[in-house]
Design a protein around this ligand. Structure first.
Ligand SMILES: *Cc1c(COP(=O)(O)O)cnc(C)c1O
Length: 375
């Protein structure tokens, strides 16, 4: 059986967890948390990184930091995971859903301006499959209308965007805030896990307070204040050192993981190209400004019927391939609140997109077996 995803150990995960326990601290914000955060800040140019228990947590922190209130509007793609919208809905925001491009599940940045009203507070681009949204267009709109940009970079670790000035920037370093996931289905993992990155100085101090249950505990431990207490809203967003120790072992090996995933992706692409030239299968399009971080190998069919048949046939051969999001604007929870606009590309990806198995321990022989089924 070839599963869709499989968690893996890359090196010293167990050793580091044991070290954390023996060193007498497994609650949050210890040695491993700090090592992870410093690595990410240094490697990818984030102004400040805070580990969280999930990307959902990081998005919730972002929604609090953005001071989203009842009646504010937030523009997000409809083709995304629930968490992208949930964080803002809990703050009372109205979600204005954006459609995808016709050939790429990312939000169509050329159509965002028409959605902006005086109530708009933020744009939340999702870098689907780790492939960058058109960040120049989005940041220009944010500057023009004084909006915040919060990147949902859940799938986008170690992926980059090259803007009009020719500067290559890590995803998650461009928006005012960004959220990453280390869930077991992502490139580097810690079971559940995430990270908030803060690229705007205005938010750094408050982010630490929200992270630490509304207290200024971090400032206290740095000796910046002589006692700590309750100063703001917040929650317990920080992960334990057990999680951070696991993550550190993965972080240390991030290039090994990325090289392997990208090789597998390229192998899939080459083999699937031969199949796609004969039948109506559409391969992912990577815009010139974006890199591919090997997060996901997806294809598109002409119709829902074709996709359903293929999933079934693969299952009969013990291969698990899965579809992805169901447009949020037509979800049971939000369809009554949606403004009724038709989002045809989002609905198209809802019906026709298929994700094939891709995980660190997958090998080329297994990909050959999958391609054979398609043939
Ligand atoms: C995985 C994912 C999330 C949620 O991540 P968690 O760490 O499970 O909370 C949010 N948005 C997108 C686009 C994702 O892929």
């Amino acid at each position: 059986m070839i599963p869709f995803n499989k968690p893996f150990l890359i090196g010293s995960e167990i050793k580091y967890i044991e070290d954390a326990v023996r060193s007498g601290k497994i609650s949050g914000n210890g040695k491993y948390t700090k090592m992870c955060q410093q690595f990410f800040e240094h490697e990818y140019g984030f102004k400040k990184a805070l580990l969280t228990s999930s990307c959902t947590d990081a998005l919730e922190m972002a929604a609090i930091l953005a001071d989203i209130k009842e009646g504010d509007e937030v523009i997000i793609p409809s083709y995304t995971f629930v968490s992208t919208a949930l964080a803002f809905v809990r703050q009372g925001a109205k979600i204005v859903f954006a459609d995808s491009y016709s050939d790429n599940p990312n939000m169509d940045a050329t159509k965002i301006e028409a959605l902006i009203t005086p109530k708009t507070k933020a744009i939340v681009p999702v870098h689907y499959a780790g492939i960058a949204c058109d960040m120049d267009l989005i940041m220009d709109l944010a500057n023009k209308y004084n909006l915040l940009v919060i990147e949902d970079a859940a799938q986008a670790i170690d992926s980059f965007y090259t803007g009009k000035e020719g500067v290559k920037k890590a995803l998650g370093s461009i928006g005012h805030l960004a959220a990453f996931s280390f869930h077991e289905t992502k490139n580097i993992i810690s079971g559940e896990g995430g990270m908030l990155t803060i690229n705007d100085d205005r938010f750094v101090e408050r982010a630490e307070i929200i992270w630490e249950k509304g207290t200024n505990r971090s400032q206290f431990f740095r000796g910046e204040v002589d006692k700590y207490g309750w100063v703001d809203t917040g929650s317990s967003f920080l992960p334990s050192e057990v999680t951070a120790a696991f993550l550190w072992a993965q972080v240390e090996n991030i290039q090994t993981i990325q090289t392997k995933r990208k090789q597998l992706w390229e192998y899939y692409y080459e083999k699937m190209s031969a199949v796609a030239s004969e039948v109506a299968i559409y391969l992912p399009q990577i815009p010139e400004y974006a890199t591919n971080n090997g997060h996901m190998f997806f294809i598109n069919f002409e119709s829902l019927e074709q996709r359903t048949k293929v999933i079934q046939k693969l299952k009969e051969k013990d291969i698990l391939a899965v579809f992805h999001y169901i447009s949020l604007h037509s979800s049971p929870y939000y369809q009554d609140k949606h403004d009724g606009r038709v989002l045809e590309n989002s609905d198209k990806f809802t019906d026709t997109l298929l994700r094939l198995p891709l995980f660190y321990e997958l090998n080329e022989k297994e990909i050959d077996r999958i391609i054979e089924c398609f043939k």
